[in-house]
Design a protein around this ligand. Structure first.
Ligand code: GTP
Ligand code: MG
Length: 149
């Protein structure tokens, strides 16, 4: 019943990667339980990335993330936090293997197209930051039997 917060960043939206990214999570077998297109405020982004507030790139990061719409999503499934980090690749696209999202679609760390929670605890914090409880859908997965043994 693990959840992760996944977001297509403004560069990913501008580059029309939303469909491809959602397709990857669906193909894997994860279940979409929340999704919206949002223009995030700088306050929300400063809170979202609060652990990085002392980094030299923090202001640029907040500016970039507020420069356009973000597709904010919650995905559910077995080990979804760890698996989605694997699917994303490394923080720096240059270190990301082909076959990962960052390995396949981008070149620079400040334009790495997607965010994924880095732990179950951050996922919970981020989901409650970006979504209200009534924006998350708990739908019956009738094909779950074909995905889980
Ligand atoms: P997110 O999924 O976005 O949280 O990335 P991450 O968990 O792989 O990395 P981290 O949380 O450490 O950094 C958050 C974001 O800050 C990264 O995705 C980058 O966009 C940006 N960032 C991290 N390190 C650097 C850096 O050294 N330089 C620049 N310009 N941006 C960085
Ligand atoms: Mg992070």
């Amino acid at each position: 019943n693990e959840h992760s917060f996944i977001a297509v960043k403004p560069d990913g939206v501008h580059r029309r990667l939303v469909g491809e990214i959602i397709r990857g999570f669906e193909k894997k077998g994860f279940r979409l339980v929340g999704m919206k297109l949002v223009q995030a405020s700088e306050d929300l982004l400063r809170e979202h990335y609060r652990d990085l507030r002392d980094k030299p790139f923090f202001n640029g990061l907040v500016r970039n993330m507020s420069s356009g719409p973000i597709v904010a999503m919650v995905w559910q499934g077995l080990d979804v936090v760890k698996m989605s980090r694997k699917m994303l690749g490394e923080t720096n696209p240059a270190d990301s293997l082909p076959g990962t999202i960052r390995g396949d679609y981008c070149l620079e760390v400040g334009r790495n197209v997607i965010h994924g929670s880095d732990s179950v605890e951050s996922a919970q914090r981020e989901i409650s930051l970006w979504f209200r409880q009534n924006e998350l859908q708990c739908w019956e997965d009738s094909s779950g039997h074909w995905i889980y043994e």
